[in-house]
Design a protein around this ligand. Structure first.
Ligand code: PMV
Length: 373
């Protein structure tokens, strides 16, 4: 019989192995090369809010990968010409050292897993399909696009690596850049974070949601109402940090595990009422955590609440299964089946655009994941 201490140390060794497999054991000899990856943003249904250790999630989360909100990043690499590797960062064709800093910090953090980055001169050229400062998080699409380019470098040196390894390590690296970015690595529904109901789930990378999913969720729509497009007042790094010692932290984590477990039968059967209850409650709980942390803060705006009220009334009157979710900001993501696209867009244009900054909204939907260009 195996004791619980033995079991725990087996699990610990296994986890160590998962991370160790990402440390390269081949000789590093990169030639000049070039790659371009286009990677999407994602919207969480069960939210990641709170971390532990080295950017590991305090609770599991699941998201829809989007299709239209993407970052495209081209990287050109050459063996370094001087003692120090030279790195140039362009955003929308213009040199942008400020945006570059975040990427270079990311390179520092992933050095044990991609030591060749120190040996290369790089020119990085990146573009978003969504307007900059629109309140759409560019870190998920940007970090995942960058992680794929780093993996393309690895593939040049080690062409036999498997597709599973390529994607797993891309997700592992993206996570180190920005937690939620690890979920942008696959299309459809993506899960991240260990939880008893999903055996293959991991804290160190995202996985394609492994259980059956009704076709209604395959082309779900996300209409993003841009309520506030400015710089966020509180960064998500600070927000995650405030979950340490949060009075509701532990119970929140339990609810997240439970919601994920309950979503399994909802995803399988296409139970939209059940879906709405979990998704809206997750969005409000995320903001309730912000409002009850110390220091507390509010990221919703009066127009966020006005839109939520309107969605509830519309749903009640029309029985159209449209719901909302929020990320760490004031914008409202309206989620609904593709069959109701026309009705919902008529509703948006008639009743909701007035609450959006400059009457702007973006139409997105569930997408198939990153693509090499
Ligand atoms: O990946 P981060 O550190 O930007 O955190 C994202 C947090 C939320 O968007 C609020 C929730 C989520 O799971 O994406």
């Amino acid at each position: 019989m195996i004791s619980s201490i033995q079991l725990k140390s087996c699990i610990f060794a296994l986890k160590l192995n998962i991370v160790e497999q990402f440390i390269p054991d081949f000789s590093i000899d990169l030639k000049a090369g070039d790659s371009t990856w286009k990677s999407p943003s994602n919207i969480a249904l069960v939210k990641y809010w709170g971390k532990k250790g080295d950017q590991l999630p305090a609770n599991p989360s699941v998201s829809f990968t989007l299709s239209e909100a993407t970052t495209q990043t081209n990287v050109k690499w050459t063996p370094k010409s001087g003692a120090d590797a030279k790195k140039t960062f362009l955003f929308e064709g213009e040199e942008n050292p400020k945006f570059g800093e975040k990427t270079f910090r990311f390179f520092e953090k992933i050095k044990p897993y991609a030591p060749w980055l120190d040996e290369l001169d790089l020119i990085i050229d990146t573009n978003n399909t969504f307007p900059h400062s629109s309140g759409i998080a560019s870190s998920a699409s940007g970090m995942s696009a960058m992680a794929f380019n780093v993996m393309s470098m690895e593939k040049q040196m080690n062409p036999n690596l498997t597709e599973d390894y390529f994607y797993q390590k891309a997700s592992f690296l993206a996570r180190i850049g920005s937690g939620s970015a690890c979920r942008s690595v696959y299309g459809g529904l993506v899960e991240w974070g260990e939880t008893p109901s999903i055996q293959s789930a991991s804290d160190v990378f995202g996985i394609p949601y492994p259980n059956p999913v009704d076709p209604v969720f395959q082309d779900y729509q996300d209409t993003i109402l841009l309520v506030d497009v400015g710089q966020k007042k509180v960064s998500s790094t600070v927000g995650h940090g405030l979950l340490k010692g949060h009075p509701f932290g532990e119970s929140r984590y339990q609810v997240a595990h439970q919601n994920l477990e309950n979503l399994a039968s909802i995803f399988q059967s296409g139970d939209l009422d059940g879906f709405i209850k979990i998704v809206e409650s997750e969005a409000l709980m995320l903001h309730a955590l912000m409002m009850s942390s110390q220091p507390y803060f509010i990221l919703m705006k009066p127009n966020t609440l006005a839109i939520i009220e309107k969605i509830w009334t519309y749903r009640e009157e029309t029985k159209i299964p449209v719901c909302f979710t929020l990320d760490a900001g004031a914008n409202v993501h309206m989620l609904y089946p593709a069959a109701f696209k026309q009705n919902v867009l008529e509703f948006v244009n008639a009743e909701l655009v007035g609450y959006c900054q400059k009457k702007k909204y973006l139409c997105d939907s569930v997408g198939s994941g990153p693509q090499q260009q």
